[in-house]
Design a protein around this ligand. Sequence first.
Ligand SMILES: NC(=O)c1ccc[n+]([C@@H]2O[C@H](COP(=O)([O-])OP(=O)(O)OC[C@H]3O[C@@H](n4cnc5c(N)ncnc54)[C@H](OP(=O)(O)O)[C@@H]3O)[C@@H](O)[C@H]2O)c1
Length: 224
Amino acid sequence: MAHTYLVTGVSRGLGAEFVRQLRARGHRVIGTVRDPAAPGPAAALADRIERLDLSDHASFPAFVRTVGEPIDALIHNAALLRPDATLAELSPDSLGQTLSANLVGPALLTKHALPWMDRGRRKLIVCVSSLLGSLSQTIGGWSYSYAISKAGLNMLAVQLSRELSPRGYTVVTASPGWNRTDMGGPDAPLEPRQSISSLLDVLDGLTHDRTGSYINYDGSPIAW
Ligand SMILES: NC(=O)c1ccc[n+]([C@@H]2O[C@H](COP(=O)([O-])OP(=O)(O)OC[C@H]3O[C@@H](n4cnc5c(N)ncnc54)[C@H](OP(=O)(O)O)[C@@H]3O)[C@@H](O)[C@H]2O)c1
């Protein structure tokens, strides 16, 4: 069955791949970009492209009014990674900007988008997280602020699943694996094509009883 997906951050990387593959599977896609003047090649494939900066929380009510149609599935994909790999490099800006875009943004966007999701059929919310957000498996030497934001995003998914699952929502937090994108860099073992194809297969088969889970792109569970 074709669904309407709202996907954030589709200008490049995994977001662009979500658009390509969701469209190829026959779904309707509303993609968001920060700069509609330079939307990236995926924009042409999306049914609609709308402007959204996940750090501009005050713009969310107007953004949601612009969306103006039922949303079946929401994929919180957009994120940024600041290079604060050590305590010495951690700064108010790196931590503040990262939490604003990667955590506060998805939390408040979900809040504002919920009336349109209530009218949707799939009622699926996917937080695109990372293994670096796992308390037990994260590794040091990467970005402090990024890992903290993804751990918070995982808790957001759990909180949403507790509140919204009784209303028919399925909420998961998912790691796409380490991919060759601007964020993942050239040494990553995965191509976005593989990772997103596998993750979309998993999401297609996702049943309500898996709500609140933390999953890898291949569907295997990740330890919190
Ligand atoms: N690549 C990996 O290996 C990997 C591993 C684990 C998890 N992830 C997660 O997968 C998702 C996609 O990552 P990626 O590798 O595709 O990253 P990417 O290539 O760096 O692309 C990031 C996307 O997020 C958008 N974005 C950044 N800050 C934003 C903001 N404040 N408001 C709105 N959009 C914003 C960017 O838009 P602009 O073009 O405007 O900057 C871009 O579209 C992220 O959630 C990331 O944490 C990636």
